[in-house]
Design a protein around this ligand. Structure first.
Ligand SMILES: [Fe+2]
Ligand SMILES: [Fe+2]
Length: 313
């Protein structure tokens, strides 16, 4: 039998703590989040700190609210999408523990179960958003096609992207807490409950990412860094596509015709908001930089920083 080192003992303890917290904060979609409510369309869905609609200063208050609602609908669809490949990867790495650390196995089983539930939550949110919006909204990316593409990369790269995503949920929750009273309470509850469960996911991502990293040769890690750069590029591609679709939908349903210069500002404003939501807010989470920095060389960090530069504004 394998001798347990200090590190694996410390890790099994961290997995066990994640399991205990996961049991304590576990939410039920109807009982804890939705509670028989529907969305109040007189309120904003995403807080300004995420939607950045306050920066598009020529929009009326009603138009800003509509744009925040469209972004909220896309937020639900985006999470439904990323949680598809996250659940699949978590099930796969969980298999490494099946006859090993049973705390780790339980933590990963719960993690996958929670992501399946989150997908269901976000599907419900999408349907509830649709009820109050004019026809014509489209979520462009197809979750399974994106998942296939992401999962074709190395586990190191997928776990890096996953850790980044689960850490930006933390940044999003902070923004929702700061939100003004004109923001939907139901949406704030979605942020709260999602963040509570995601907090454990971020801890488990870190442990799994380090575990997988320890088995790589320097050459394999260097290739994985390139794949992470490709994945972030792919996320940016999705974000550009959906930002364009959402801005055009807004321009069609906002009830007046904007000048070409104003329409362009809506498009760039939505793109900047989406890059902030799905890329920059994660990259800027100090914990993400710390974990990534501990695994890669300075040269690799430079390559990542260069690739991110065009998305960071
Ligand atoms: Fe989730
Ligand atoms: Fe998660």
């Amino acid at each position: 039998m394998q001798l347990q080192t200090g590190e694996t003992l410390a890790n099994t303890d961290r997995y066990a703590k994640a399991v205990a917290t996961s049991k304590r904060v576990r939410f039920d979609i109807d009982r804890d989040v939705i509670r028989g409510r529907s969305f109040d369309f007189t309120k904003k869905f995403l807080p300004d700190g995420l939607s950045k609609v306050d920066r598009i200063d020529f929009l009326t208050a009603d138009e800003k609210r509509l744009l925040s609602q469209i972004q909220g609908r896309t937020y639900a669809n985006m999470f439904g999408l990323v949680e598809r490949f996250i659940a699949a990867k978590v099930l796969e790495v969980g298999g490494d523990h099946r006859l090993g650390d049973q705390n780790a196995l339980e933590a990963l089983v719960r993690f996958a179960d929670e992501e399946l539930k989150h997908q269901e939550l976000f599907r419900r949110v999408e349907r509830m958003c649709a009820v109050g919006m004019p026809d014509g909204y489209a979520f462009v990316p197809e979750p399974n096609a994106v998942a296939e593409a992401v999962l074709s990369k190395s586990t190191w790269a997928v776990l890096a992207l996953t850790c980044h995503i689960e850490l930006f949920v933390l940044a999003h929750y902070r923004e929702s807490v700061r939100a003004d009273p004109n923001t939907s309470e139901l949406w704030s509850d979605v942020f709260l409950h999602h963040w509570r469960e995601e907090s454990q996911h971020a801890i488990i991502d870190e442990l799994e990412w380090q575990r997988v990293d320890a088995k790589l040769t320097p050459e394999e890690r260097d290739r994985a860094v390139s794949e992470l750069i490709e994945l972030v590029g792919a996320v940016d591609g999705l974000v550009q596509l959906q930002a364009r679709a959402d801005a055009d939908y807004f321009l069609k349903v906002c009830g007046r015709s904007l000048s070409p210069a104003e329409a362009e500002r809506v498009r760039t404003g939505v793109l900047a908001a989406y890059r902030w939501q799905y890329i920059v807010s994660g990259v800027q989470e100090p914990r993400f930089g710390k974990i990534l920095g501990s695994l890669i060389t300075e040269g690799q960090a430079d390559r990542i920083a260069k690739a991110l530069a065009p998305m960071m504004h």
